[in-house]
Design a protein around this ligand. Structure first.
Ligand code: PEP
Ligand code: MG
Length: 902
């Protein structure tokens, strides 16, 4: 038998072994630490345990074979490199253990600092720090606190109480006033708390501390808040996190030490410059948690010019290297700068456009890349309205504009209350001193977030920006009292339920509800703001990128519009025609009575009278739309909904008739109506008498509509315009249905159009699965297909589109059966496959067949990419989403490889 060779799978990478493209394996943090190490930047040495190790651990509940040995080997090499050993009582090495998934999940998972400290090495640490005992004991108590809380689930408040008690005894409110003895006492108190909750002493063996911390980081992938965040951000649940074990450097060794975060450009506006926060004599978590008030990064120039200059040079180098906005965490240990993290930074929607434009100007990226770096969801955010301010509205406070937008709502102080009121349909503003990851539910439910502490990089700010939610942070004039459910500001008290308005762009806070004004970007799209004259960098950037998207895209973009006003608006937004003009609403209002006559007609004359009365009304509707869409195609869909929608509700009518009969009134007419309504009653109206079925059952109905369309087109053309109608038959499942309607329609069209030059196309919706599967046959009778993905989803899945989303989709989302409602984003595998089959088979039968989509998916960014890949000619969506679809169609055209724009 051949000797069995076992080669360990590689689970641990030294920083020198990785690079920025290994995010899947090393997580974002690990991959970028490796990249910086290889760029020769000052990164503390360390290694990364891969996401594969985490996946294996989560699948089996134990560390995979070989992992322990690989950690040992890398630890030894780290110890050799640093000339220090973990746990050495004289000169200890300490490490941090940090999570780092492929996609950034700020504050969602665990970190443990100062691993390696115990009762003996704490003494060595004091010696290392030049006899600074206070520092050593402070580090030790932080380890017990973090380790206890994250690794052993000891309630964090117990540690907080012990710390408060130590401060009380010392007669102070600041941690900094506690001396070495106080902190030594606090370590004893913390150890007792640890013992009480875990039944064991705080582990003194450094390697055990390390292993338990690594395991806790693995497990934190499945912590409730991390699961919730992933769902919100659509991050797949099976990626796992990497774990970074890094030699500790200390920002809390005295005034010549400190820690900070920085951005290479303003992540809110995109403006160039130096943005960041610095906190002297502190550890990194203090900045991110927004616990102490930071100073602007510029102040570092005064405090430590050498480190400041070095940092600026590194930031410029990183931007050039990543060709993008970077965010950075750094620590200065006694005048020596260390880079602890970098990544391509999250940014607001506005900053995404502005920065993409700037980077093109700077020659770092081309326009295709700029287009790739923005997306439709961001553009949609920029189209939100902003506050309309005049002298009546004076802000009561001003904080940091942490995430832009304008939000008004009722004040709530807890995440739970935010969720409760939002479920009742209320707009709420979550007000906190600062947020922490436990507030995530409330942040999702709220319209906006207001905090009295923390800067642009506080938890509230980072998470809100990621969600595209309005946030004002660090409004320190506001004194928040959560238990009393109120805050005070400028001598006034605001209690739960009072309305406030917050402006996430300016950071201003207003009492009461402030009216809103449309966005500049919308004004630009509407043509009332000239991008060349706008002094707004955002509008210019949007214009430039949209122009490129329009030039690049292959998909045309039309709008779903059924009034002249909607058509006009759609056209201003760049629609290249109407992809769906629903005619149902044209039968409502004061025309309802005519429709009732049509349905109840007992003789041909009664029916044709009703139709004759409807004809001119319909014709005028179409004239208005054709005029607005002069020269562009307009797809008019023949009437679709179930007829009972035009009749009184059955139950009500039955009661009315019974009551009238009881009173002996003459109810002959009502009885006839009731009989008709009973006849038309359907158990499943969405699967019943609608669409083409209706056209085939009620003689003259479709004919009247076809005539109205053709006459309107002729009239507009005779006026000197150009009408391009496309008549669309709904709910076709068999080619025979379409052929029957088409034969009648063609006769009418020929008769009406004569020699006017008007050309009318006839096509069909593909919205019944059978139509998709017999598309080859149907194409023989259709000049175009338009995919009705709403019905196709309904009938493809068997999901009633009016019911299921509210009824049980939450459970399907929770179980991960789908990550997003298939009514919102096309289900590529199932419904999308029907679209693909129909497109291929339709085109095979009739190569010049025009293909479009007019279901809601036509304006959904992800779905637009799918429709591009299937080879459709256009997407059609609601007017407001037209710019989003234009942008995404452009992105789809320039992204030949799969997009990863998170
Ligand atoms: C569709 O089914 O996708 C469609 C566009 O038609 P409606 O939504 O009117 O049924
Ligand atoms: Mg439909």
């Amino acid at each position: 038998m051949a000797a069995q060779e076992t080669v360990d799978h590689k689970y641990v990478y030294d920083f020198a072994e990785g690079n920025k493209d290994l995010k899947d394996l090393l997580g974002g943090k690990g991959a970028n630490l490796a990249e910086m190490t290889n760029l020769g930047l000052p990164v503390p040495p360390g290694f990364t345990i891969t996401t594969e190790a985490c996946q294996a651990y989560l699948a089996t509940g134990r560390e995979p074979d070989g992992l322990a040995g690989q950690i040992e080997a890398h630890l030894e090499s780290l110890e050799r490199g640093m000339g220090r050993r973990l746990g050495d009582p004289h000169d200890p090495l300490l490490v941090s253990v940090r999570s780092g998934a492929k996609f950034s999940m700020p504050g969602m998972m665990e970190t443990v600092l100062n691993v390696g400290l115990n009762d003996r090495s704490v003494v060595g640490l004091a010696a290392q720090a030049g006899g600074n005992e206070r520092f050593a004991w402070d580090s030790y108590r932080r380890l017990i606190q973090m380790f206890g809380k994250t690794v052993c689930e000891v309630p964090g408040e117990e540690f907080e109480h012990a710390l408060d008690e130590a401060k009380r005894v010392r007669g102070t409110t600041s941690d900094l006033d506690l001396d070495a003895d106080d902190l030594r006492g606090l370590v004893d108190a913390y150890k007792k708390i640890f013992l009480k909750h875990t039944g064991r002493d705080f582990p003194q063996e450094p390697r055990e501390q390390l292993d338990l911390a690594i395991r806790a980081v693995f497990e934190s992938w499945n912590a409730e808040r991390a699961v919730l965040y992933r769902r919100q951000e659509r991050i797949p649940a099976d990626l796992g996190t990497a774990v970074n074990v890094v030699a500790m450097v200390f920002g809390n060794l005295g005034p010549d030490s400190g820690t900070g975060v920085a951005f290479t450009r303003d992540p809110a506006s995109g403006a160039q410059g130096i943005y960041g926060d610095y906190l002297a004599n502190a550890q990194g978590e203090d900045v991110v948690a927004g616990i102490r008030n930071t100073v602007p990064l510029q102040d570092l120039e005064r405090l430590d010019k050498r480190s400041y200059d070095e940092l600026l040079a590194i930031m410029a180098r990183l931007e050039g290297h990543y060709r993008d906005l970077c965010d950075i965490e750094f620590t200065i240990e006694r005048g020596k700068l260390w880079m602890l993290q970098t990544r391509v930074g999250k940014r607001t929607a506005a900053a995404a456009f502005v920065i993409a434009g700037q980077l093109v100007d700077e020659g770092l990226i081309d326009l295709d890349e700029a287009l790739h770096r923005v997306n439709g969801a961001q553009l949609a955010q920029l189209m939100f309205p902003r506050f309309q301010l005049d002298h009546d509205f004076e802000p009561v406070a001003k904080g940091v504009g942490a995430s832009p937008g304008a939000a008004s709502g009722k004040v709530v102080f807890t995440s739970a209350r935010a969720v409760e009121l939002a479920a009742e349909g209320e707009a709420v503003i979550l007000v906190r001193r600062e947020t922490n990851p436990d507030d995530l539910n409330g942040m999702i439910a709220a319209k906006g977030i207001l905090t009295s502490r923390g800067g642009k990089t506080s938890h509230a700010a980072v998470v809100a920006r990621g969600m595209g939610k309005t946030c004002v942070s660090g409004a320190d004039e506001i004194d928040v009292n959560v238990p009393a459910k109120r805050f005070s500001v400028a001598g006034q008290t605001v209690t739960e339920g009072d309305v406030v308005s917050i402006d996430g762009t300016t950071g201003k806070v207003y009492l009461g509800e402030v009216p809103v004004t449309p966005s500049e970007v919308v004004r630009y799209f509407e043509g009332t703001l000239d991008p060349d004259e706008a002094d707004d960098a955002l509008v210019r950037a949007v214009h430039r990128i949209m122009t490129h998207a329009d030039a690049a895209r292959r998909l045309a973009v039309r709008a779903n519009a059924d009034t002249g006003a909607d058509a006009a608006r759609a056209r201003r937004f760049g629609a290249q025609g109407i992809g769906l003009c629903r005619t149902e609403h044209m039968f409502l209002g004061d025309r309802r009575e005519l429709v009732e006559r049509l349905i109840l007609a007992r003789t041909d004359t009664e029916r044709s009278d009703a139709l004759a009365a409807l004809l001119p009304l319909q014709r005028d509707d179409f004239v208005e739309i054709f005029r607005e869409m002069d020269g562009l195609p307009v797809t008019v869909r023949l009437i679709d909904p179930p007829l009972h929608e035009f009749l009184p509700p059955l139950e009500q009518l039955a009661v009315d008739v019974a009551v009238a009969q009881e009173r002996g009134e003459d109810v002959a007419k009502e009885e006839a109506l009731l009989a008709a309504v009973r006849r038309m009653h359907e158990e499943n109206p969405m699967l019943g008498l609608r669409g083409v079925r209706l056209g085939l059952v009620i003689p003259g109905l479709f004919a009247m509509q076809v005539r109205a369309i053709a006459e309107a087109a002729v009239r507009v053309t005779r006026e000197g315009g150009s009408a391009c109608p496309e008549i669309m038959v709904p709910l076709v499942g068999a080619v025979q249905e379409l052929e029957t309607v088409r034969a009648e329609a063609e006769k009418i069209i020929a008769e009406v159009v004569g020699d006017s030059g008007v050309e009318v196309l006839i096509g069909t919706m593909i919205e019944v699965p059978r139509a998709a599967l017999t598309a080859g046959q149907i194409a023989e009778a259709a000049q175009f297909f338009s995919f009705g993905t709403n019905d196709l989803t309904q009938m493809g899945w068997g999901f009633s589109r009016d019911d299921v989303e509210g009824a049980f989709f939450w459970r399907y989302l929770e179980l991960g059966i789908f990550g997003i409602s298939p009514f919102e984003s096309i289900d590529r595998d199932g419904v999308g496959r029907l679209v693909r089959i129909a497109a291929e088979e339709g085109r095979a039968a009739r190569p010049e067949l025009k293909l479009g989509v007019c279901g809601e998916h036509g304006g959904d960014p992800e779905s637009v990419h799918f429709f591009h890949s299937v080879g459709l000619d256009y997407v059609s969506c609601s007017p407001f989403r037209v710019p989003v679809a234009r942008l995404e169609a452009g992105r789809a055209a320039v992204e030949t490889v799969g997009s990863d724009s998170r």
